[in-house]
Structure formats: structure tokens, C-alpha cells
Design a protein around this ligand. Structure first.
Ligand code: NAD
Ligand code: LMR
Length: 329
């Protein structure tokens, strides 16, 4: 019955009532890549978000099962499933927020850049759909390598004449989530009381505290290699999915909080930037009704951080350039 009978008629997979509960405005959110390790828990968590009134679930495989499953949850959002490229435009039309976890994950021994050849094309195609069907949507890019896929998305939007740097955000929230957890472990704190901004490998901390140089080196390395720690533990079964879905929902929720006009919604994200000489950089931004309202400067950095920053910038420049050249082809 699916997807043939679904074409041009999404009501078969449309479930739930049409308004977010509790009088909230209710945003329309699309997730692209819902059948994957991140996509499934991310879809579940977004279905639980009271700010979401409509949830569009898209993948090139296995959308019906995920959609049916998620649609049984008794929360307010209407759930609709879309399978395959011929349904991409319907999935994207009138969306306020699009989250992209589509693409292959790392396996043992691979770098994120090894994913470029497959994921660059996937992100490019999906962003062409966004430019056509929901050019004003906020876009959260999760697919790796984020340092290249965000520049690819920007180039696609520029070509289509729809680029708004305030609305394109690379999701680096998992770095922050990990940093909060690892720092709390070292300092014996509750992770919920820790807020570590991860800025191009640079970390600071609140509440005020200090680290020995050994602790700083240990934490920096663990945060930078958190992804590999999970890839190795999963031993061939992919990379972080559950913590990523958690981080993605934290970040998407912040974007929606900004859209409804909450003040002081500040998160780290990889964005179009003048903070350094690079065209994109991850730093703290303030989110609001138009997406990014303000990108914050780095503030003072110590010698250890300056060295890390210079190393990170070299690698970043190459990844950004690789994405831009790919999209220009
Ligand atoms: P996965 O293989 O479990 O799932 C990927 C999903 O994407 C699959 O369901 C697949 O069918 C779908 N897909 C493939 N091509 C598609 C297309 N053209 N359109 C729509 N969907 C498509 O992978 P995963 O573990 O969920 O990871 C997904 C991506 O997220 C990877 O690139 C991974 O490296 C990245 N990731 C990023 C972060 C981050 O911090 N930004 C963290 C973890 C993983
Ligand atoms: C992560 O940091 O967990 C992700 O970027 C996935 C990976 O490949 O490490």
C-alpha cells in the first residue's frame, strides 16, 4: 500500500490532531533521514516536543515503519511519512525547521572526511529541495563531515538565490553535551550545572573553576575524540546515535524557542562567521525569530587554547574549501 497509494495523498499516514497542545504556535518540522540510527530516536523526541504541530518524516528507505510507529505516540504533532526522492518536495513544503541526519556514518578506522564522497551528494540534493520548497526554513545540518556539508548547503542556497546565513546551522551540540559530561566527571559536578561552550576545539566553563594543565589536555583530547570513542565501542556498528539524537533535539528545541521569541537562547553552532578569517566557524550564537540574531566573538584565549585554535583553523579551512568546490561543480 505504500508508497503508491500515498502519492498525492498523505492522509493515509497522517495521524494525530492538527494543533500543538497548550496554545503553543506549533511549528512544522521535517526530518530527513528518519530511518537511521539518529533519525529514529530524533523523530521520537521531536514528536514529544510541544512546540511541534506537524512532523514530516522523510527517508529513502523504511519510512513507513518509522512513521507508523511514531504516529502512535499520544502527543499533539501530526505525523506524515514520505518515502523516496519523488516525495521529497511534499515532505519539505511549508516547513519551518528542517533537520538533516541523512547520510552514512563512520566505521572503525575512518575519519569524518572519509564520508564526504557519499554524504556531500546527499546533502546537496536535500538542500536543493529545501531551496525550492521551504527557502525560509531554519536548517540544522547533522550529516558529516559537518565542516564541509554546511558550506555545501550554503553554496546550494546561494546558487538558488535563497541563502540566508542566519538560517543555516551546523549541529555541533554533541560536542557541548560531551564537554558538559566529561568536565562534570572531572570536577565532580552535576552535568546539568555545567555549560561548556565548544568553539573550534576551544572550551571554557561555567560555573567558574580551573583545571590543571593535565586536566585541560585530557579534557580537550576526550572532547575532540568523543566521536571516535563511540565508534570504537560500537565496533563496526556505526557512530553516536542516541547521544546525537538527544543533542539534536536540544539544539532544534533552542531554534524553536528562538522562533517563538524567547530571549537569551544562546547555543554553540557551526555557522557563516566573521569571528575568525574563515568563512565558517563554530561559536556561541544567540537564536531568535529570524534564526541567528548574533554571533559572539571568542573572547580572551590562553596560550594552550591559541595553539589548539590555530591547528583547528588549518583543518577547518581545508574542509570548508572542499565543500565549496564540490558544490561549485
Ligand atoms: P545511519 O546509516 O544509521 O542512518 C542514515 C539514514 O540516512 C538512513 O536511514 C538512510 O536510509 C538515510 N539516507 C541515506 N541517503 C539518504 C537520502 N538521499 N535522503 C534521505 N535519507 C537518506 O546513520 P546515522 O548513525 O544516523 O548517522 C547519520 C549521519 O549523521 C552520518 O553522516 C554521521 O556521521 C552523522 N553524525 C553527525 C554527528 C554530529 O555531531 N553532527 C553526530 C553523529 C553522527
Ligand atoms: C560524533 O562526534 O560522534 C559524530 O561526528 C560521529 C563520528 O563520526 O564521530
Amino acid at each position: 500500500l505504500y508508497p503508491k497509494q500515498m502519492e498525492g495523498n498523505s492522509t493515509l499516514l497522517e495521524r494525530g490532531n492538527c494543533r500543538a497542545k497548550g496554545g503553543s504556535p506549533g511549528f512544522k518540522v521535517a526530518i530527513l533521514g528518519v530511518a537511521g540510527g539518529i533519525g529514529q530516536p530524533l523523530s521520537m523526541l521531536m514528536k514529544m516536543n510541544p512546540l511541534v504541530s506537524v512532523l514530516h518524516l522523510y527517508d529513502v528507505a523504511n519510512t513507513p515503519g518509522v512513521t507508523s510507529d511514531i504516529s502512535h505516540m499520544d502527543t499533539g504533532a501530526v505525523v506524515r511519512g514520505f518515502l523516496g526522492p519523488q516525495q521529497l518536495e511534499n515532505a519539505l513544503t511549508r516547513m519551518d525547521l528542517v533537520i538533516i541526519p541523512a547520510g552514512v556514518p563512520r566505521k572503525l578506522g575512518m575519519t569524518r572526511d572519509d564520508l564526504f564522497n557519499i554524504n556531500a551528494g546527499i546533502v546537496k540534493t536535500l538542500c536543493e529541495g529545501i531551496a525550492k520548497c521551504c527557502p525560509k526554513a531554519i536548517v540544522n545540518v547533522i550529516s558529516n563531515p559537518v565542516n564541509s556539508t554546511v558550506p555545501i548547503a550554503a553554496e546550494v542556497f546561494k546558487k538558488a538565490g535563497t541563502y540566508d546565513p542566519k538560517r543555516l546551522l551546523g549541529v555541533t551540540m554533541l560536542d557541548v553535551v560531551r564537554a558538559n559530561t566529561f568536565v562534570a566527571e572531572v570536577l565532580g559536578l552535576d552535568p546539568r550545572e555545567v555549560d561548556v561552550p565548544v568553539v573550534g576545539g576551544h572550551a571554557g566553563i561555567n560555573p567558574p573553576c580551573s583545571f590543571t594543565s593535565e586536566e585541560a589536555a585530557f579534557l580537550t583530547s576526550r572532547i575532540q575524540n568523543g566521536g571516535t570513542e563511540v565508534v570504537e565501542a560500537k565496533a563496526g556498528a556505526g557512530s553516536a546515535t542516541l547521544s546525537m539524537a538527544y543533542a539534536a533535539v536540544k539544539f532544534a528545541d533552542a531554534c524553536l524557542q528562538g522562533l517563538i521569541g524567547d530571549v537569551n537562547v544562546i547555543r554553540c553552532t557551526f555557522v557563516d562567521s566573521v569571528v575568525t578569517e574563515l568563512p565558517f566557524f563554530a561559536s556561541k550564537v544567540r537564536l531568535g525569530r529570524n534564526g541567528i540574531e548574533e554571533v559572539y566573538a571568542l573572547g580572551p584565549v590562553n596560550e594552550f587554547e591559541r595553539t589548539g585554535l590555530e591547528m583547528a583553523k588549518k583543518e577547518l579551512a581545508a574542509s570548508i574549501e572542499k565543500g565549496v568546490s564540490f558544490a561549485a561543480k
